[in-house]
Design a protein around this ligand. Structure first.
Ligand code: ADP
Length: 307
């Protein structure tokens, strides 16, 4: 195989009670990438469509993640060209950088004849996340690569578990065109939590995982709460409280900040409810005269797809 074309999906990280450990994969939106073998060693980003992002290999998460893989294999002579067609807006909080980092390592691994399992690609993709956000986190790249819900059970050593997805589960995501700087989203975090909040959070996270295994939507709804991060970060997103309240009033099982924001997600039990929630969320930002993008998506059980 000389060339591969991929669909690289958006993802929701944290999912309320799973800060830095839980993530899920969406069916829409997603980027497209074309990766081909080249006689020039290393990685060249030859084209980026849709958004203005750096072409320099060491400044683009696709380049950095791809090089991490090649360096590990000591494939000094291997060369690849990458074209990226962005549909996931960078900085939206739905894993724009993760889609590119995960896509690059997935595609290169395929073209090299799969020396790594998909799970083993996660640490290379995380090097891209380090470039994008300054932190080595896997809660977007893991669901982008593996699909469904994923849990990072441990970072050291890395231990990622793929979780089942209830059949009917839908996500609604609104991306208000507001800027939330990753640095601000990180700087509002506290470095210690009260025992009381920790107990609530790990109770909810354990319950949520049980709900995924048993397709228990009522239990899922009881668990989709975040006592620790959401109260600190939501103040950075004008309209958050109203959007969340509206989503819950229209039947959402739960609603919260997607990644570090400003996107806000809601989960629901069926497509009709997910669409009703989308219209209701949109009305809030129409009232505030803030532009937005909105996505209604099934949970994507497969992750990155070869086109
Ligand atoms: P999101 O909030 O949607 O997950 P991130 O904040 O993770 O997006 O990533 C956006 C940052 O990563 C921006 O600073 C962007 O310039 C940088 N970046 C570098 N390469 C890429 C790429 N291929 N795709 C998206 N963002 C990239």
């Amino acid at each position: 195989m000389e060339e591969i074309k991929l669909f690289c999906p958006a993802t929701i990280a944290n999912v309320s009670c799973g800060f830095d450990v839980l993530g899920l994969c969406l069916t829409q939106p997603g980027d497209e990438m074309i990766i081909r073998k080249s006689s020039t060693p290393g990685i060249q980003i030859t084209k980026i469509g849709g958004h203005n992002l750096p072409l320099a290999t060491e400044k683009n998460v696709a380049g950095v993640a791809g090089l991490a893989l090649l360096n590990n294999l000591k494939e000094l002579k291997a060369g690849f060209e990458i074209e990226i067609y962005k549909h996931i807006k960078p900085g939206s909080g739905i894993g724009s950088s993760a889609a590119s980092a995960a896509g690059a390592v997935f595609g290169i691994n395929q073209l090299l004849g799969e020396p790594f399992s998909t799970k083993d690609l996660i640490p290379f993709a995380m090097q891209g996340e380090l470039l994008a956000s300054g932190a080595l986190h896997a809660d977007n790249v893991a669901p982008a690569l593996l699909g469904g819900f994923t849990l990072v059970r441990s970072y050291e050593p890395l231990d990622v578990i793929k979780l089942p997805v209830p059949d009917q589960l839908m996500a609604t995501v609104i991306h208000p065109q507001l800027e939330v700087k990753t640095a601000d989203a990180r700087s509002v975090l506290k470095h210690s939590v009260s025992l009381k909040s920790a107990i609530t959070q790990w109770g909810n996270l354990g319950g949520l995982i049980s709900a995924l295994y048993t397709s228990d939507y009522n239990l899922l709804a009881r668990c989709l709460h975040d006592e620790i991060i959401e109260p600190l970060r939501s103040v950075l997103i004008p309209g958050f409280d109203e959007v969340k309240k509206t989503a819950l009033a229209h039947g959402a099982l739960g609603s919260g900040i997607s990644g570090s924001g400003p996107s806000i997600f809601a989960l629901s039990k069926d497509k009709e409810t997910a669409q009703k929630i989308a219209s209701a969320m949109a009305e809030v930002y129409q009232k505030f005269e803030v532009d937005y993008d909105i996505h209604v998506s099934k949970i994507n059980g497969d992750g990155i797809k070869i086109l």
